[in-house]
Ligand binder design. Structure first.
Ligand code: HEC
Ligand code: HEC
Ligand code: HEC
Ligand code: HEC
Length: 428
């Protein structure tokens, strides 16, 4: 009897151990297979292949993440993926951009999949081929077809729009052969070259920011051929950019009410970011906007590029020891402060516009109004640097506050200068 029990126990132990070892082996094999799958290439991909679905045959996980950039139903307090009309939510913008197409249509941005759809639909009606540069995975093909960047830019937008099929895609950030990150847009290479920076020597961590800095930047179109230029010759701060534009004698439009020569600042995420603590600590755009995630045995970068506030655990808690709630509050505290200063700046600039208009109506000459208009330009460029930047100050909180404080000061100086510009009252 004893013996039978002993054999029984032994049998159960053997079966248990065997099952355990088998399960472990199956698990290891499964993970190995998955890991192999992740690096295996089913098809060759052409150098300028624009279609993300083709790349997706080799890398289905990244492709699935990319496809989710189509989702555009959720907002955060100051960002998110819903393309609402900013002009409806903030009527001050119409006056601030009077005389510029941004007073007609100014939507919140959304995911990369949408870029081509949105640029084709905007009522700002792009004319130059240059406007396609940041919007389509077909651009690498078009650059080859055109033969040179200058030719690509000088071709009418409508011509490229008729041929373009895809929004921002794999080819914009990756080399098809090696899958390394690559720079696909000439304006970034040219601007960095002028700063003495050789991109071919960039580290992998730097590239995780530089691929984004091909598009998430301030730019202007130079000359008749609308050549795309990033205004970085003197540096990345708004003061450096202003000195560059002043020397070059550039304006985007004349303000319809004040007559000031204004620069319309575009999304300078990269430039503002370079003045912040995360950049200085070596954190990259991808660290927060494309964090690693685990799928089975495999660690991949989340290709659902979006607001990190939708995924604080993945985006922030890798480095910060705090609760999600705590971090969200820290972000929103920074953003609330920035927003309040920003509204103050808008009100101050509108007061300046009113004062310049009133002086003009009272008969002030262009010469007398010169100083006030210059100050309006300085104020508006600074306010717009923070307003058009998409993080509501988060990418560099202290710099954002500094710039807005200067914007408010310049706007009030413009108002005073306009009052001084009134013609002398006739003596009785
Ligand atoms: C330390 C983390 C972090 C880094 C690094 C970072 N960002 Fe952000 N970014 C944020 C946060 C937080 C927001 C605010 C999101 C919101 O308000 O919903 C944001 C907002 C944005 C937005 C607007 C998103 C939206 O939903 O409207 C864009 C675009 C953006 N960042 C691009 C960049 C680029 C380009 C870089 C690198 C040059 C970068 N970010 C670096 C954290 C980061
Ligand atoms: C080829 C140009 C290009 C490159 C490269 C690029 N972006 Fe974008 N990005 C855009 C455009 C254009 C939009 C706005 C699309 C729209 O609203 O239709 C956008 C939108 C975004 C948004 C807003 C998404 C949302 O849901 O609101 C984030 C965040 C963002 N990009 C981050 C990044 C990061 C991080 C990188 C680098 C890893 C990067 N982008 C690289 C052009 C680019
Ligand atoms: C806006 C730029 C951007 C686009 C568009 C993009 N990627 Fe990536 N991808 C990255 C970044 C950044 C990394 C991280 C690279 C690193 O750390 O060296 C990455 C990493 C990868 C990797 C390496 C494994 C991993 O997940 O980290 C693969 C494979 C990949 N991407 C495939 C794709 C495919 C397929 C597409 C199109 C469906 C695509 N990517 C679109 C920026 C992009
Ligand atoms: C790759 C690591 C890394 C990631 C990811 C990261 N941070 Fe940080 N963060 C840092 C470092 C390093 C500092 C600087 C800390 C210091 O020097 O004391 C910092 C500082 C900060 C600060 C203080 C800023 C200031 O101006 O004092 C805030 C707030 C913050 N991070 C929020 C976030 C949020 C929100 C996210 C996610 C969207 C995030 N961080 C993602 C590394 C990271």
């Amino acid at each position: 009897m004893r013996r039978i029990v002993l054999w029984g126990v032994l049998f159960v132990v053997i079966v248990g151990v065997t099952a355990g070892v088998t399960a472990l082996l199956v698990n290891i094999m499964e993970r190995k297979r998955e890991a192999e799958e992740a690096t295996r290439r089913l098809i060759e991909i052409a150098k300028t292949e624009p279609d993300p679905a083709v790349w997706g045959q080799n890398w289905p996980r990244q492709y699935a993440g990319y496809l989710r950039t189509q989702e555009s139903k959720e907002r955060t307090k100051y960002g998110g993926s819903v393309p609402y009309q900013k002009l409806d939510e903030n009527p001050r913008l119409k006056r601030l951009f009077a005389g510029n197409p941004f007073s007609v249509d100014y939507k919140e941005e959304r995911g990369h999949w949408w870029s081509l759809v949105d640029v084709k639909e905007t009522k700002r009606e792009p004319k130059a081929g240059t406007c396609m540069t940041c919007k389509s995975g077909n651009v690498s093909q078009f650059l080859e077809e055109a033969g040179s960047p200058a030719q690509f830019y000088a071709t009418p937008f409508a011509q490229w729009a008729a041929k373009a099929q895809h929004g921002i895609s794999c080819v914009d950030c990756h080399d098809a052969k090696t899958m390394n990150l690559r720079i696909s847009r000439p304006a970034f290479l040219e601007a960095m070259q002028r700063r003495g920076i050789d991109i071919s020597k960039a580290t992998r961590q730097e590239m995780r920011t530089f691929v984004c800095a091909q598009c998430h930047v301030e730019y202007y179109f130079r000359g008749e051929g609308k050549y795309l230029v990033f205004p970085w010759d003197k540096g990345f701060t708004i003061d450096d950019i202003e000195r560059f534009y002043d020397e070059y004698g550039f304006k985007d439009f004349v303000h319809a009410e004040s007559g000031a020569p204004i620069i319309k600042i575009q999304h300078p995420e990269f430039e503002l970011f370079t003045t912040g603590i995360h950049y200085q600590a070596g954190v990259s755009c991808a660290d927060c906007h494309m964090p690693y995630k685990r799928e089975g045995a495999i660690k991949i970068s989340d290709h659902w590029v979006r607001s990190p506030l939708f995924n604080i655990a993945g985006s922030c808690l890798t480095c910060h020891r705090a609760s999600e709630q705590e971090l969200r509050e820290r972000v929103e505290r920074i953003q609330d402060r920035t927003y309040k200063l920003m509204v103050r700046a808008e009100e101050a600039i509108i007061a300046a516009i009113d004062a310049i208009k009133a002086a003009k109506e009272a008969g002030a000459s262009d010469e007398a109004l010169h100083e006030a208009r210059l100050l309006h330009r300085r104020a508006q460029m600074r306010w717009d640097f923070i307003s058009a930047e998409n993080s509501m100050g988060f990418h560099s909180p202290q710099e954002a506050a500094r710039i807005l404080a200067e914007a408010i000061d310049y706007a009030r100086q413009a108002e005073l200068a306009a009052m001084r510009a009134w013609p002398a009252r006739p003596t009785q």
